[in-house]
Design a protein around this ligand. Structure first.
Ligand code: GTP
Ligand code: MG
Length: 475
């Protein structure tokens, strides 16, 4: 009864591909909102995306994190318990903290990325709770493209790990996407350890770890440096804020989830770099407000910036970091920026706020290195191939106009022979064209703005990096 893959969601599939959705779980978050924060003395901020197969327990873990960090009171939980029972989804009450839409609660699945905030000793976190269902992969991509680190949730319950891991399951697809989208570190949480089929079994935990390691490695993660496994129960909150009791799990000597999150290291970003903030959404509120994440550089009240690709000159009227008004904000922060000099109707998701001195390039064509994952029905990949390009917050139709070189997977060097078509698994260099100007960067300059995915008919077919902007650049 737990598998909902067969729920009919086709009608929403097309919509999901074109409109990425996000929801703020702010009604529950009891933050103090001082007028001005001491922005320079704040703890570091990280976005953490929870990913993994449908029903693995991502929303339950997100809800439990908020409960354990004191942001949801008992009355609210009791209300959710009652509501979940009425919908015959008793065990889903914890997920209701993150799944706030009626549709999500009735079906018991996440559709829109849920957003919530919590803090540990060293870090302010924004949790992005991604949907696991395959119809909503575009929303997952949007969540992952904003994240520094990922919590990959795997259900240890008998049969569930297997379904998620097999071909067509979202465990593999999410890992590959997360890596391409710049999620540099993964905490792999083996969840549902309390389930009667698992009962905190070390054998089951070891089996999952042993199967996941080679796959994570082949997806590009350095398993020793960038990946950490731990067992938890999201539903019971075990091994999350405090270490699991020895009477429950005698063999675990590692950290709990909060400790692991606290200790995770990510490369620092350059606050002095040219300002770049891809726009995820916009709205009208005493002027035009844009939402997004600063990927590079610092923004200060009063700054002049360009909204690219239209080169509209704007002035920064106010900066909000999470819910707080700040004078200045650095890279890595999720921001709302109030602007003057532009109408909200002249902004689209995918536009980039950019420094005037060093604006981001806008192109209709670029050269990319592409790894073909899985083509539909083993199709052939050749010039003329069309797909949907997802790069930071851009979603655009694109066409492969020329295959330039094939890369030898062994030597990682270009092969000599001319390449006209390739199949699954190939790595190629090719020229990609879009109809409208898009703002992107070379992967080597700004990794977050230079990696992308290609999708067709609801499936990820390839992942890539931008290697050259020479063709079509307006700067
Ligand atoms: P999608 O958002 O639809 O991909 O699902 P999800 O990964 O967010 O899963 P969700 O949190 O909605 O949980 C799915 C089901 O698994 C619910 O019935 C949860 O109660 C159950 N579940 C989640 N975590 C645990 C756990 O630690 N133990 C047990 N026994 N059940 C759990
Ligand atoms: Mg969910």
């Amino acid at each position: 009864m737990d598998s909902k893959d067969d729920v009919n969601l086709n009608s929403t599939e097309v919509q999901a591909e074109s409109k990425v959705k996000d929801k703020e779980v702010s009604a529950l978050v009891d933050v103090e909102t001082p007028d001005e924060m001491e922005e320079d003395n704040r703890k570091r901020h990280l976005n953490v995306v929870s990913i993994g197969h449908v029903d693995a327990g991502k929303s339950t873990i997100g809800g439990q994190i908020l409960l354990l960090s004191g942001q949801v009171d008992d009355r609210t939980i009791q209300k959710y318990e009652k509501e979940a029972k009425e919908k015959s989804r008793e065990s889903w009450y914890m997920a209701y903290i993150m799944d706030t839409n009626e549709e999500e609660r009735i079906k018991g699945i996440t559709v829109e990325v849920g957003r919530a905030h919590f803090e540990t000793e060293t870090t302010r976190f924004t949790i992005l709770d991604a949907p696991g269902h395959k119809s909503y992969v575009p929303n997952m991509i949007s969540g992952a493209s904003q994240a520094d680190i990922g919590i990959l949730v795997i259900a240890a319950r008998k049969g569930e790990f297997e379904t998620g891991y097999e071909r067509g399951g979202q465990t593999r697809e999410h890992v590959q996407l997360a890596k391409t989208l710049g999620v540099s570190k993964l905490l792999v949480v083996v969840n549902k350890m309390d389930d009667p089929t698992v009962n905190w079994s070390k054998e089951r935990y070891d089996e999952i770890e042993a199967k996941m390691i080679p796959f994570l490695r082949s997806s590009g993660y350095n398993v020793k440096k960038d990946v950490q496994f731990l067992p938890i129960s999201g539903l019971l909150g075990a091994n999350m804020k405090t270490r699991v009791e020895k009477s429950v799990c005698p063999w675990w000597n590692g950290p709990c989830l909060f400790e692991a999150l606290d200790a995770i290291e990510v490369p620092p970003r350059d606050p002095k770099g040219p300002f770049r903030m891809p726009i995820i959404d916009k709205f009208k509120d005493m002027g035009t407000v844009v939402m997004g994440r600063a990927e590079s550089g610092t923004v200060t009240e009063g700054d002049s910036l360009l909204v690219m690709p239209n080169k509209t000159r704007v002035k920064v009227v106010a900066v909000y970091c999470d819910e707080n008004k700040v004078r200045r904000a650095g890279p890595g922060e999720n921001l709302r920026v109030r602007l003057s000099g532009i109408d909200d109707e002249d902004i689209l998701a995918g536009f980039v706020m950019s420094s005037v001195a060093k604006p981001i390039a806008s192109v209709t064509e670029f050269v990319a290195q592409l790894q073909i994952l899985e083509l539909l029905d083993n199709a052939i990949f050749t010039a003329g191939y069309k797909a949907v390009l997802h790069i930071h917050s851009v979603v655009e139709e694109c066409e492969i106009v020329e295959l330039l070189k094939q890369i030898d997977p062994k030597t990682k060097k270009p092969m000599k022979k001319k390449v006209l078509f390739v199949k699954n698994g190939a790595v190629i260099v090719c020229r990609v064209q879009v109809n409208n100007l898009i703002c992107i960067e070379k992967f080597t300059d700004f990794p977050q703005l230079g990696r992308f995915t290609l999708r067709t008919e609801g499936k990820t077919v390839a992942v890539g990096k931008v290697i050259d902007l020479s063709s079509g650049s307006t700067f």
